[in-house]
Design a protein around this ligand. Structure first.
Ligand SMILES: Nc1ncnc2c1ncn2[C@@H]1O[C@H](COP(=O)(O)OP(=O)(O)OP(=O)(O)O)[C@@H](O)[C@H]1O
Length: 578
């Protein structure tokens, strides 16, 4: 919690002024019953109309000043809490950007979204209420008690008996409901999780006709949440009747004691009205305090969850004195590399060694889950090896400044991801200062020029969220062009031409080979035909390299490769025969 206070630093003034104006408002509120008492005791008693009008104007004045104080306090509290939440979101966002994939995998994307959104909102709400009520409510309770005792200490003894009882009811109910509120929160998280999963995967849900099953799953979680909320609601609903019974009994006792004391000449009617007013002020503030405590404890729980993310240290930290690039531009060397993902029992890659020279094309092939993506993910240091070394241009990837390392690499991932904006804006992710001609050249190499030219807006054509307004193949070609705009030393194509037809795929590979200053290319593919002309092909089986060599060498020496090739070759032959 303390650590999060730094994000409040620039709102120090607001965090002091907010509660101060709330205290001022409360002070004026505490004066109101006294003025009312004097209206009754002096104005009405003496039938002094002028006095009554003056006092009523004073009441209006107190109300107006109280209102101004309240609005001012609200303004400062809102400014501080909204600003604090904005700072917190900013810090969280940039911290999440600094995390490596290992930490991201561990925490999970959905959880990170909840931390950034509903958790931060809850904390913002908690800060706002704290600034407005944490001082005000106890001040009013205490102040109203003191005022009641100054009005008439004997009648005020009723307060001394009733207030602890009231506090016990209000806080008892609060303590009872609080753990259940936590369950409600967890239930809400589940409902949100299912909703998010279904909305992002809506196409898959429909494609597999899982609408009814998913609706049932949602309904179950929703029912659980509803039952919990109804249960907590029932308990909370006891609060009002119980407190009102208590307060009415206390009011009856107070009026009776007051009446006796008025009759005996010790107390005026106005003083009895003032005492009643103080009692209801105390009740209202006790309920506000219980509400405040519930909100603060919810906010604290969220604060802990946010702190956990902020305290997660990135294993990706750049070295204190990063090394500069080595001489051998475009070389990649794997030396006895193994990787076991965090939390995974078995290694996903075992003892892989190879050397890729500048401008070479390295093909990587293997069954699903054999470790192909794992190999290429190690080059831009998306994950760190657990054994061995990965060297880029002769330097261990862990010894580079991570931005320098990634600046050398153009990576096209399995899933083509584009961002909202225009085609031009997406391409410029590759290199911000790329010129018009370079963008078209990259599009041409990526076999994307033709379809972009056909778009009415050309480079200014809008790309909607996730590139939904483009076909799978168009998205893939744009992501390849984006990587090429960077003029990378090393180009990684992780199964990124899977949506292209054979002819376009072949043209793409040829164009990349013929690029001036051709990059070293890592080509991950399920198709043996796509890799045939690679300088080296790495054949993976269950995380192990079972063959490294050229196509013809592997056909001779590697059984797994031969099987893959023949199965695809025969399949292609059969398809051609049909
Ligand atoms: N982030 C991760 N955390 C834990 N295990 C992982 C992670 N990524 C991959 N794995 C595991 O490592 C193994 C290799 O996965 P990888 O994605 O490298 O295979 P692949 O050959 O690229 O598969 P595909 O052709 O299906 O894309 C798999 O068993 C997979 O379950």
């Amino acid at each position: 919690m303390k650590k999060l206070l730094v994000y409040m630093k620039e709102y120090k003034k607001e965090s002091i002024l907010g509660p101060l104006f709330k205290l001022l408002e409360a002070t004026f509120e505490l004066l109101v019953p006294l003025v009312m008492a004097s209206v009754i005791d002096v104005g009405i008693h003496n039938r002094d109309q002028n006095y009554i009008i003056r006092m009523c104007l004073l009441l209006v004045g107190l109300g107006v000043v109280g209102l101004i104080c309240s609005i001012t306090a609200q303004y400062f509290a809102a400014k501080a809490s909204v600003g604090f939440a904005a700072n917190l979101r900013r810090a969280l966002f940039s911290h999440i950007q600094s995390l490596s994939f290992t930490e991201m995998d561990r925490v999970g994307g959905a959880t990170l979204i909840t931390r950034m959104t509903s958790d931060v909102n809850q904390v913002q709400n908690g800060v706002n209420l704290t600034l407005r009520l944490l001082l005000r409510s106890p001040f009013v309770v205490f102040g109203a008690m003191v005022m009641a005792f100054t009005v008439d200490w004997k009648a005020a003894l009723v307060f001394a008996a009733v207030i602890p009882l009231l506090a016990a009811v209000v806080f008892g109910i609060m303590l009872w409901t609080m753990p259940r509120y936590k369950k409600v929160q967890a239930g809400l998280d589940r409902v949100l999780g299912i909703t998010r999963e279904n909305l992002t995967g809506v196409r898959v849900v429909r494609a597999f006709g899982r609408e009814e099953a998913e609706t049932r799953r949602f309904q179950e979680s929703n029912r659980e949440l509803t039952n919990l909320q109804v249960f907590v609601g029932r308990i909370s609903s006891l609060m009002n009747p119980l407190t009102f019974v208590l307060i009415n009994v206390a009011a009856a006792v107070l009026i009776w004691v007051g009446a006796v004391r008025v009759d005996a000449g010790f107390l005026t009617q106005g003083a009895v009205v003032a005492l009643l007013n103080y009692m209801s002020q105390i009740l209202v503030e006790l309920i506000k305090m219980a509400n405040l405590i519930i909100n603060i404890s919810k906010a604290l729980a969220c604060t802990n969850r946010i702190s956990n993310v902020l305290e997660t240290e990135s294993t990706l930290a750049s070295p204190v004195s990063p090394k500069a690039s080595g001489e051998e531009r475009g070389t990649v060397v794997f030396e006895n590399v193994s990787l076991t993902y965090a939390g995974a029992g078995a290694p996903s890659l075992t003892n892989l060694s190879f050397r890729a020279g500048p401008g070479e094309t390295i093909g990587i092939i293997g069954g699903t889950g054999s470790g192909k993506s794992t190999v290429v993910n190690l080059i831009p240091r998306f994950y760190d090896v657990t054994e061995g070394r990965v060297l880029v241009d002769g330097v261990d990837v862990r010894e580079y400044d991570v931005n320098v390392l990634r600046g050398k690499i153009g990576a096209v991932m399995q899933k083509a991801v584009l961002f909202t904006g225009t085609i031009r804006e997406n391409l410029l992710w590759g290199r911000e200062d790329a010129g018009e001609e370079e963008l078209w050249q990259a599009l041409e190499t990526a076999q994307a020029r033709e379809f972009v030219e056909q778009k009415p807006g050309k480079l200014e054509e809008a790309v909607s969220q996730g590139g939904k307004n483009l076909s799978g193949g168009q998205k893939q070609r744009l992501t390849i062009a984006r990587a090429l705009v960077r003029r990378p030393e090393i180009l990684i194509l992780d199964d990124s031409a899977s949506a292209l037809d054979f002819a376009t795929d072949a043209k793409l590979r040829k164009a990349i080979r013929e690029m001036p200053g051709a990059p070293t290319v890592f080509l991950v593919s399920q198709r043996a035909s796509s890799l045939q002309y690679a300088d080296q092909i790495i054949v993976l089986d269950d995380g192990e390299a079972v063959g490294i060599g050229t196509h013809s060498e592997l056909l001779e020496s590697c059984e797994v490769y031969r099987e893959i090739y023949e199965s695809q070759f025969q399949k292609a032959g059969k398809e051609a025969a049909v």
